[in-house]
Design a protein around this ligand. Structure first.
Ligand SMILES: Cc1cc2nc3c(=O)[nH]c(=O)nc-3n(C[C@H](O)[C@H](O)[C@H](O)COP(=O)(O)O)c2cc1C
Length: 364
């Protein structure tokens, strides 16, 4: 299986399966001299960790990170400093329950990757979905936590903007609220609505989709390499690579198609200090594939979990028609835990372009 690496300068390779001994990442190209602690990485892994509320999978994983290479100790507080060598990070799997997947060893879950993995490789690790499981995204989150350290002052935050048919009200957006509720909702009033909806979904043995928005503040202008290494192109590719993501938009995205030119352009002016400024941000912080210095705003649509308790028609490995019911522990709305994963992927994309820009122009 190839293509387990992404990035040009900040190159991330992930490895490991859902029910293997461990999973992790190797970050090659991390500059020397980056200071961080295990806590800096753990903070984001804890955000993605399963089993934190009844609205996510009940698999209990500590997701404790171990830094294996590419660093030397820094100070007396357990900190590290990167040496420029590959940074390896490892997370053990401790709560696998492979017997739950016994019945799908010979059946293809509709909507999951089982069928195509068999077609492509002729062999499949059915235990927890193997490499197709979003357990792999823990490794991306670890890499993303390191990526955040590359770009000075950058702030990358994500939130849920819709679960199923229910949307947040943007006028009630409060970043402080996001980490106070189990949905990463920026709107306090939407929390109860999401909770009621998901309780019903769970009881029905069903699942639902969601929309996630990620915003990066304090992004330097000038990042992005036209014409085939555009920043928006890479962000879309990184976000689209997240399991269950079926659509990505930047700035106004699909709404831009319904706007008139004068509504969609971000007019420019000079601010009080005579510096160039934009009057709006329909572009989502990127023009011509290059960052403008405004916040980068990306959104992605996450499909409903395909492993559900409601029987769905499929076929087995002998090509007989079967009804598939997926037992085991699954997220009723995978979009919730996709929030920290989206943050990590945006961090990696921006860090990669930051290093590339510095290499080409010698600036920043
Ligand atoms: C954070 C996260 C958790 C996920 N958990 C589950 C899960 O518990 N059960 C499941 O069937 N799919 C889950 N998925 C989605 C599958 O990994 C994904 O649908 C599958 O790999 C097929 O890929 P595709 O949907 O991108 O085509 C999860 C996705 C994410 C992002």
């Amino acid at each position: 299986m190839s293509y387990n690496t992404f990035g040009r300068m900040f190159r991330v390779t992930t490895w490991g399966e859902s029910h293997g001994i461990a999973l992790g990442c190797v970050v090659d190209g991390c500059p020397p001299g980056i200071e961080f602690t295990e806590k800096d990485i753990q903070f984001y892994l804890d955000k993605r960790k399963p089993g934190q509320s009844r609205y996510t999978t009940q698999r209990r994983e500590l997701d404790q990170v171990r830094i294996l290479s590419g660093v030397v100790p820094d100070g007396d507080e357990g900190g590290f400093i990167t040496t420029g060598a590959p940074v390896s990070m490892l997370i053990e799997n401790t709560d696998q329950r492979s017997k739950d997947y016994h019945n799908i060893a010979q059946q293809y879950r509709p909507g999951h990757a089982d069928y195509v993995y068999d077609i492509k490789y002729g062999i499949r690790d059915h235990r927890g979905g193997g490499r197709s499981s979003a357990r792999e995204t823990a490794a991306r989150v670890a890499a993303g936590a390191l990526a955040r350290k590359i770009v000075p002052s950058i702030v990358i935050r994500g939130a849920i903007t819709a679960i199923g048919p229910y949307e947040i009200k943007r006028c009630r957006w409060d970043w402080d609220e996001v980490n106070r509720n189990p949905f990463f909702s920026p709107d306090t009033e939407a929390v109860q609505v999401f909770a009621n909806y998901l309780d019903n979904i769970r009881k029905a043995g069903s699942s639902t989709g969601a929309v996630v928005e990620i915003v990066a503040d304090n992004v330097p202008s000038g990042l992005g390499a036209p014409v085939y290494g555009k920043l928006d192109q890479d962000i879309a590719s990184y976000l689209m690579s997240i399991n269950a993501v079926k659509g990505v938009e930047i700035g106004e995205g699909f709404t831009a198609a319904r706007l008139r030119g004068e509504e969609n352009v971000d007019e420019m002016c000079l601010d009080r200090d005579q510096n160039p400024n934009f009057c709006s941000n329909h572009a989502g912080g990127i023009l011509g594939g290059i960052s403008t210095g405004q916040p980068i705003v990306a959104r992605f649509a996450v499909k409903p979990t395909s492993s559900i308790l409601i029987p769905r028609c499929s076929i087995d490995t002998e090509h007989r028609e079967v009804d598939v019911v997926t037992y085991g522990r699954h997220d009723p709305c995978v979009g919730i835990r996709a929030v920290p994963v989206g943050e990590a992927m945006l961090a990696c994309a921006i860090a990669d372009h930051f290093l590339y820009h510095r290499g080409q122009t010698g600036r920043i």
